[in-house]
Design a binder for this molecule. Sequence first.
Ligand SMILES: Cc1cc2nc3c(=O)[nH]c(=O)nc-3n(C[C@H](O)[C@H](O)[C@H](O)COP(=O)(O)OP(=O)(O)OC[C@H]3O[C@@H](n4cnc5c(N)ncnc54)[C@H](O)[C@@H]3O)c2cc1C
Length: 262
Amino acid sequence: MNIVVCIKQVPGTTQVKINPETGTLIRDGVEAVVNPFDEYAIEEAIRIREKVGGVVKVVTMGPPQAENALRSAIAMGADEGYLITDRAFAGSDTWATSYTLSSGIKTLGQVDLIICGKQAIDGDTAQVGPGIAEMLNLPYVAWVRKVEEITATTIKVERLMEEGYDVVEMPLPGLMTVVKEINTPRMASLKGKMKAKSATINTINASALSVDADKLGLKGSPTQVLRSFVPERKSGGEKISGEVPAMIDKIYNTIYDLGVVK
Ligand SMILES: Cc1cc2nc3c(=O)[nH]c(=O)nc-3n(C[C@H](O)[C@H](O)[C@H](O)COP(=O)(O)OP(=O)(O)OC[C@H]3O[C@@H](n4cnc5c(N)ncnc54)[C@H](O)[C@@H]3O)c2cc1C
């Protein structure tokens, strides 16, 4: 089975600071790590390979230093690393990221299963996994908490829901995004670390992709960040209590008076 895991290098903190003058993230002095949700994706791919055989390829789109994320995945047990990098990709929104990653994945030959994390802890949109599936015209299932069965042509999983879970069977090739309940990622072994250190990382740049250059990077991004800011913490407000129908009336009247509904 050919498994591709998409991993993102993110700041190793959820306390991302924003430069108030430029509105951009302050990355200086912040350690970069593999997006924690992607470690579950790597672990699950390795477990599937251990069960049914195959190859685990890890792919990241990012600046040259994102290579370190690929080496971390190889240290855990992934087989091959692919760095999709080019200045032309700078400023990509989630659409352009999905487009570029899906184009990169197309260069990897036969792919049976693509695994992504549930979301990235910095961007937090959870759009890239489904975006890749859509662009590759593949079925996908999000929020997978357990792989029950996998064959060459199907996968049966448990999808986490707000209350309980669904059992979903999906034909392969397909894509799934995983949640932290799925497994406990292994620590890299010393042997794994040695292998990762000397592993060849395959670099894919824009000229190696069959892409429309107008759909890459900032130019190809249908969404633009106009302003980034830390929301002000608000306190106070009005607490409503009492019988439910009376509370609903009160809330409705309040938002009606504010002009939110007409
Ligand atoms: C409106 C908007 C505008 C943006 N503009 C810019 C900009 O100008 N410059 C800029 O640098 N960034 C920009 N970004 C951020 C950039 O779009 C995201 O970093 C990127 O698209 C990934 O989205 P995410 O972090 O929400 O990932 P999610 O969708 O939350 O990630 C889900 C999963 O997809 C996979 N994944 C995500 N990103 C990657 C990746 N790069 N490589 C491999 N796998 C990946 C991982 O498996 C991850 O767990 C913008 C984002 C938005 C929403």
